[in-house]
Design a protein around this ligand. Structure first.
Ligand code: NAP
Length: 312
């Protein structure tokens, strides 16, 4: 009997994902019918899930063996009381590449002071302000998981002195790794460019509050492609208004889409990008989904299973 797989993501994504998912399942040797339609939840074996697909009650999916998220961040589903099945988050090589490029682009932009030249080309030859070289600019990455550790290694490859911070002690080549509350303070005090790649959990919500923002060196830059609520918005706006934080590149927000009247849109020290730092790529992500379904059927442990207690 072929497996029944429900694709529970925005309908518009089906045209991209459908053919790749079918091909990846065939490649993995999994016989399955995949559909964005769900006439009978009790007959579904696996759910491919995005929070934007509208599914919130998992109770009727009595036969489902796992929920396979297309998103890396699972804060919108991890505490769902109807979800009793194993939950796996997305670790997608295509997404990781996208994140490395997004962060590297914005870090180099801030490091080189590119905005001053792009926005200020007014016929005046100002050659008195020159950027330091990377080895003179300490950067820090909060979160050393799939994305953060790859970003940190890449920035170390540009010669930035890179510090990283995680919940448990980590070792990443070329990166000075810290953990715990003391470790966070040590990292923040030196970080001229701070990158947030933490998941949103009870422990990380509002992590960057007024007290911790004040630990950053004067004129620091922030790049946040992690999650909006990692930062206390009012505290950040106050630090930006005062010029203590030189600029924040923000990709994620407490409310998305960011409401039209939000101060971030018009703040001269803020760059808003609309949650596009690193999209899941259908061609690579469907291989991860197919491999997890193969594992489920073979009785092998799932890849990237979320720890519900930890929240990520
Ligand atoms: P991951 O592999 O689960 O890594 C999470 C990292 O954060 C780990 O190093 C973990 O520490 C650390 N961490 C978690 N809680 C912590 C705490 N309380 N204190 C200190 N460190 C803590 O996640 P990932 O795949 O790298 O993704 C990170 C996040 O990026 C996602 O959760 C999502 O929110 C965001 N994201 C955004 C986009 C976008 O387009 N903007 C795309 C993809 C992902 P340990 O190593 O000790 O466990």
């Amino acid at each position: 009997m072929p497996l029944n797989i429900l694709f529970s993501a925005p309908v518009a994504d089906w045209a991209d994902y459908g053919p790749h998912l079918k091909a990846a399942l065939a490649e993995a040797g999994v016989e399955a019918a995949v559909s964005p339609e769900c006439p009978d939840p009790a007959k579904v074996d696996y759910i491919v899930y995005a929070p934007t697909g509208g599914l919130s009650d998992f109770a009727p999916f009595t036969r489902a063996k796992a929920v396979l998220s297309l998103w890396a961040g699972v804060e919108r589903i991890v505490g769902n009381p109807t979800l009793t099945q194993p939950l796996c988050r997305m670790v997608d090589p295509g997404m990781t590449e996208g994140m490395v490029e997004y962060v590297t682009g914005h870090v180099l932009r801030h490091h080189l002071g590119t905005d001053a030249h792009i926005l200020g080309q007014d016929g005046v030859w100002r050659n008195n302000i020159r950027p330091p070289i990377a080895r003179e600019r300490p950067v820090a990455v909060l979160g050393l998981g799939e994305l953060g550790s790859t970003v940190a290694r890449t920035l170390a490859g540009f010669n930035f002195p890179v510090m990283g911070w995680s919940r448990t002690p980590k070792s990443v080549p070329g990166v000075t790794c810290h953990s715990g509350e003391d470790g966070l303070e040590a990292v923040l005090r030196q970080a001229q460019i701070l990158i947030l790649l933490l998941p949103l959990t009870d422990d990380t919500r509002d992590l960057l509050d007024a007290r911790r923002l004040a630990m950053l060196p004067e004129g620091a830059f922030i790049v946040n492609p992690g999650r909006g609520p990692l930062i206390d918005d009012e505290a950040l706006l106050a630090a930006l208004d005062a010029g203590r934080i030189a600029h924040a590149t923000l990709d994620v927000f407490r409310v998305e889409p960011l409401p039209p009247g939000h101060r971030y849109w018009s703040h001269p020290r803020v760059t808003v990008t609309p949650h596009i730092a690193a999209d899941t790529r259908a061609i690579t992500a469907t291989r991860v989904i197919a491999e997890n379904i193969r594992r489920g059927e073979a009785g092998e442990p799932f890849l990237h299973q979320v720890d519900r207690d930890r929240g990520y």
